[in-house]
Design a protein around this ligand. Structure first.
Ligand code: G6P
Length: 614
């Protein structure tokens, strides 16, 4: 969703902002704009469509300066067009704003401002903000105070960046609620502002994250942060260890392709330092702050997440229940937040989120907090809200994931949940030493097994052309690989726009079987796991109805190769970790089909990487 970049320093602001916006393209957007202070006046360029359109406009009509702000917009109020794109300028031309979030009371504010004679030039909710700031500036208040007053009138969640030609030494930014993050990068006599880390990592790795209801004033050489009520904030500077190069595509055609191929490495990183072989094969997750006493007290765990992360949670349910014998529920975050869930101080609510900024997930966490639960999170983006607001967290250690369709941020939490289950089982005494040692020995195999799946992409490339023109596809799985069916189907529909449905295989006879004919490819996930025999009989049922079966099967399974039309082979994997090796070929299948169809794999239509609105 919308991306923000700001800069104050001695570099060319236009270039820094365009570079930053380019790195935020993955978030999904439909127009873009930039405002730069040039010869003491605010100059704006805005354009509908992709960033390249804005770049062309700037080539024809250049602008340059040392301070500026930019935005990629994902339309909510008003069509994607140049006039609705951010930044929005005040009537005097002295103040300009970019904004993430929704001004929920904008109609009211718009009426009020119109009655004062303000003429609106866009259909956006954001425009009211700049007119409000202008209203206070023209009555003699300074920019910081005018912004504070304007913000006090807004309902909803917001990330805002404001610049004024009357006070050209600063950029003002604020965060209210969960409309995405605001991160400030500290350089050498320069400051960078952004909604997300990848926009600024190329320039600096020293960052400060703004909390909700905080306002920062970024000068070239200093940063001042206060709460919205004006209380000074002692802020913490973080050193981000992500390598900026890892946010580059390198030799790959798409980020998604690169991220699929990075999984052996990301799984190695997620295990590294967390398994103590010398100390009796124990798991260490220090950032979770989990004591033996609390582990014994936990009466249930509710996993909340959206999209791909929720599918990882479904695998986690089986792992935690099996290994540590605690009941686990999995709930879609947007459902959890409104269902008046039953949780208390002995419940754990575990949020899983790649971005750590998904609005529904954050709101569900707040709801859990209100009800007194302990909050944990599994997050990829360091310093994100879901990491900061939890009582304990596990970091995915994936590095930046840019492709909208999540891949490495699916397999890493599978392994994190496995380690979490072992840790809780150990602390609660549901796991004896031998069982734990076996689970850890299995865990150590997983990066290599993932690597072996990735090496087999050529086999997938042979199957992809057979599916590229299908209109529908059914994915069936059972037990620990039932979420693999959901996730495999999600990957395919997200990036190839082929209608795909994931189904628990045992439910096929209660409905989807009616769909099966020769035109319906069925992907059956049937590795050697405890549900193997049941899955085998599903293949036979599908074949009996002329269905075309693509089976994901363990190496050497002749029974399956005799009945399936195509087999995607995966190395035999300990069953609790098998969702890692079964999903990788399905990620590659979706990727190759979408690439064959010539689609925009990294930025599929209508989707956003980080969904910061409800
Ligand atoms: C969006 C993305 C999905 C992602 C979901 C949850 O819908 O397109 O790929 O799984 O958000 O995102 P999160 O950052 O919370 O994991």
């Amino acid at each position: 969703m919308c991306g923000i970049v700001g800069y104050i320093g001695s570099l060319d602001a236009t270039q820094v902002i365009l570079n930053g916006l380019k790195r935020l393209e993955y978030r999904g957007y439909d127009s873009a704009g930039i405002a730069v202070l040039q010869n003491e006046e605010i100059e704006i360029r805005r354009e509908a469509g992709k960033l390249i359109n804005l770049q062309r406009l700037i080539e024809i009509n250049p602008l340059s300066g040392r301070i500026g702000i930019g935005h990629t917009r994902w339309a909510t109020h008003g069509e994607p067009s140049a006039r609705n794109a951010h930044p929005h300028l005040s009537a005097t031309g002295d103040v300009v704003v970019v904004h993430n979030g929704i001004v929920e009371n904008f109609l009211e504010l718009r009426e009020e401002l119109s009655a004062e004679g303000v003429v609106f030039r866009s259909d956006t909710d954001t425009e009211v903000i700049v007119h409000l700031v202008e209203r206070y500036l023209s009555s003699g208040t300074d920019l910081v105070e005018a912004t504070r007053k304007a913000l006090s009138l807004l309902k909803g969640a917001h990330g805002i960046v404001i610049l004024s030609s009357r006070e050209p030494d600063k950029i003002v930014t604020a965060r209210i609620g969960n409309a995405g993050g605001v991160v400030i990068g500290i350089g050498d006599e320069e400051m960078y502002l952004a909604s997300d880390l990848p926009a600024i990592l190329e320039y600096t790795q020293r960052v400060v994250f703004l909390e909700s209801r905080q306002m920062a004033v970024a000068y070239q050489d200093k940063l001042d942060i206060k709460t919205l009520d004006g209380k000074p904030v002692i802020f913490e500077e973080h050193q981000v260890t992500w390598d900026p190069i890892s946010a580059e595509k390198g030799e790959y055609r798409h980020f998604m392709e690169k991220e699929i191929h990075e999984q052996a490495r990301s799984l190695t990183d997620t295990i590294a330092g967390r398994v103590d072989i010398e100390d009796g094969h124990r798991v260490r997750l220090p950032e979770l702050n989990l004591t033996r006493e609390f582990a014994k007290r936990i009466d249930k765990i509710i996993i909340i997440a959206c999209g791909t992360a929720a599918h990882a949670g479904m695998v986690g349910k089986i792992l935690i229940e099996r290994i540590s014998r605690i009941p686990v529920e999995v709930d879609i975050a947007s459902e959890f937040r409104y269902r008046d869930p039953i949780v208390d101080q002995d419940s754990v609510v575990l949020a899983i989120s790649q971005s750590g900024e998904t609005a529904d997930t954050l709101a569900a966490m707040e709801e859990a907090r209100r009800k007194g639960a302990t909050l944990w999170s599994i997050v990829n983006v360091i310093g994100s809200q879901a990491m900061r607001s939890a009582d304990g967290y596990i970091s995915m250690q994936c590095g930046p994931e840019i492709g909208v369709a999540s891949t490495k941020a699916y397999t890493a939490p599978l392994v994190d949940l496995y380690m979490l289950a072992i840790l809780i089982g150990d602390l609660r005494g549901t796991l004896n030493d031998r069982a734990r040692e076996q689970l850890i020995a299995d865990l150590r195999l997983i990066p290599d097994l993932a690597g072996r799946c990735i090496e087999r992409e050529d086999g997938i490339k042979k199957i992809a052309p057979k599916l590229m023109n299908t209109n529908h596809c059914l994915f069936l799985g059972r037990g620990i690989n039932m979420p693999t069916a959901y996730e495999g189907a999600l990957k395919l529909k997200e990036i190839s726009y082929i209608h795909a449905e994931g189904y628990p295989a045992g439910e096929m006879k209660h409905g989807p079987i009616a769909l099966i004919d020769e035109a319906m490819p069925i992907v059956v996930i049937a590795p050697k796991d405890p549900w193997y025999e049941k899955m085998f009989s599903q293949i036979e049922q599908a074949k009996a109805r002329d269905g075309s079966v693509i089976a994901v099967a363990s190496d050497g399974d002749e029974l399956i190769s005799n009945v399936a039309d195509h087999v995607i082979w995966v190395p035999e994997t300990p069953w609790m970790l098998s969702p890692v090796t079964t999903i990788i070929p399905l990620q590659m299948l979706a990727y190759n089909i979408a690439a064959l169809r010539g689609l925009d794999v990294d930025q599929p239509r209508n989707l956003a990487k980080s969904v910061t609105v409800e």
